[in-house]
Write a protein that binds this ligand. Structure first.
Ligand SMILES: *[C@@H]1O[C@H](CO)[C@@H](O)[C@H](O)[C@H]1NC(C)=O
Ligand SMILES: *[C@@H]1O[C@H](CO)[C@@H](O)[C@H](O)[C@H]1NC(C)=O
Ligand SMILES: *[C@@H]1O[C@H](CO)[C@@H](O)[C@H](O)[C@H]1NC(C)=O
Length: 306
C-alpha cells in the first residue's frame, strides 16, 4: 500500500471505528481495518529483523506493575521498541520525537505500514519511535498470551493504564539515552492505539506535547455512544449509495435465517455461497457477509477520498 494512500486513511477516515479481531475480543464483530491484513494470531513468532536497517530494534526491561508494591509487581518483562534515527536532528536539538503506540497486535510490520511517520520525519527532523503494546508480539511477560491470561495474578496487568505507563517509561528512557531532553514528544496511534495516545496526553501531559489519535473510537463506550454506532454508519453509507441495495441487504438476514431453518437449508446455503466448509449455523454466513459489507464501506469511503 503506498504511503499517500495511507496518509489519507490516517487523517480522513475519522468516522471509521476500526477494531481488529484479537482472541480477547473474539466475541466482538470483526470490523475490518484498512491496514494490510496480517495473520492476527497473536502467538505467531514475530520478527522485526526483516525491517530495513534504519529501523533498530531494542528491548526495555519493563516493570509489570506500575502502580502497586506487591511482590508480583516487581516482575519485569522485555518490551520491544523500534527506533529510526535516520532523519533526526540529533542530541540536544529541539527536533521532535514521533512516538507511535502499538495497539492490540505485534508491532512487526507497523514501521513499514505506518507511512505517516516516515513521510513527515524528514521535514521535522524527527526521531521515530515505535513501541509494542505489552502482551503482544515480543513483549510478553510469559511465553504465550494464553499462559499470561491463565495466570490470574498476571492477567490483571493486561490493561491500558499499565500500557500507557509502559510507554511513559520507555519514552523517558529514550529521552535520556539520546540526550533528547529538548525534543518535544508527539504521540501517535490508530484505532485502539489512538485511544491510548489521547489518554496518554491526558495522563502524562509533561511527557507528550500533543497526541494524534487517528480513527480512534475514544468515546465508543456503553452509555456514551450507542453500541451499534459502527454499523449504523455502515448502513448509512449503503443507504446513501443505493436505497435498493440497502433494502436488499436488510431483507436478506431474515431470508437467510428462514432458509437455514429448513431441511437441508444449510447445505443449500453452503452450495449457493460456495463456502469452503459446510455451514453449521446461519450466523457463520451472516457474520461473514457482515464483514464483507463493512470492508466494502471502508473501500467506498476510500475511493471518495481519492
Ligand atoms: C527473524 O528473521 C531473521 C532473518 O530473516 C532470522 O535469521 C531469525 O532467525 C528470525 N528470528 C525468529 C525468532 O524468527
Ligand atoms: C548534549 O548535551 C550533553 C550535556 O550538556 C553533552 O554531554 C553531550 O555531549 C551533548 N551531545 C551532543 C551530541 O552535542
Ligand atoms: C462447522 O463446524 C466444523 C467443526 O467445528 C468446522 O470445521 C467448520 O469450519 C464449520 N463451518 C464453518 C462454515 O465455519
Amino acid at each position: 500500500m503506498n504511503n499517500r494512500l495511507f496518509l489519507f486513511q490516517w487523517l480522513l477516515l475519522l468516522l471509521l471505528f476500526i477494531f481488529t479481531k484479537t482472541s480477547i475480543s473474539s466475541k466482538l464483530h470483526k470490523i475490518p481495518r484498512l491496514t494490510p491484513l496480517r495473520d492476527q494470531n497473536i502467538n505467531q513468532e514475530s520478527n522485526s529483523t526483516n525491517l530495513p536497517k534504519e529501523f533498530e530494534t531494542y528491548y526495555y526491561t519493563q516493570t509489570l506493575d506500575h502502580f502497586n508494591y506487591r511482590p508480583k509487581s516487581y516482575k519485569t518483562f522485555k518490551q520491544r521498541y523500534i527506533i529510526n534515527s535516520k532523519y533526526w536532528g540529533g542530541s540536544n536539538s529541539s527536533s521532535p520525537i514521533f512516538a507511535y503506540f502499538g495497539a492490540e497486535d505485534s508491532i512487526d510490520s507497523d514501521p513499514l505500514d505506518i507511512g505517516f511517520l516516515t513521510d513527515f520525519a524528514p521535514q521535522f527532523k524527527a526521531l521515530l519511535v515505535y513501541i509494542e503494546h505489552r502482551y503482544y508480539g515480543k513483549s510478553k511477560p510469559f511465553e504465550t498470551m494464553e499462559e499470561a491470561l491463565k495466570d490470574e495474578d498476571i492477567r490483571g496487568y493486561f490493561n491500558s493504564a499499565q500500557a500507557i505507563a509502559d510507554y511513559a517509561e520507555i519514552l523517558l528512557h529514550i529521552k535520556e539515552k539520546y540526550s533528547a531532553q529538548m525534543s518535544p514528544i508527539i504521540v501517535i496511534g490508530g484505532s485502539y492505539g489512538g485511544m491510548l495516545a489521547s489518554w496518554f496526553r491526558l495522563k502524562y501531559p509533561h511527557i507528550a506535547l500533543s497526541a494524534l489519535a487517528s480513527s480512534a473510537p475514544i468515546l465508543y463506550f456503553d452509555n456514551i455512544t450507542p453500541q451499534n454506532g459502527y454499523y449504523s454508519i455502515v448502513s448509512k453509507d449503503f443507504k446513501e449509495a443505493s436505497k435498493s441495495c440497502y433494502r436488499t441487504i436488510r431483507k436478506s438476514w431474515s431470508i437467510i435465517d428462514r432458509i437455514a431453518s429448513k431441511n437441508n437449508g444449510l447445505s443449500y446455503l453452503s452450495q449457493k455461497f460456495k463456502t469452503c466448509s459446510q455451514l453449521n449455523d446461519s450466523f457463520e454466513l451472516k457474520d461473514y457477509l457482515n464483514f464483507k459489507y463493512s470492508s466494502a464501506v471502508s473501500i467506498m469511503i476510500h475511493q471518495v477520498i481519492q
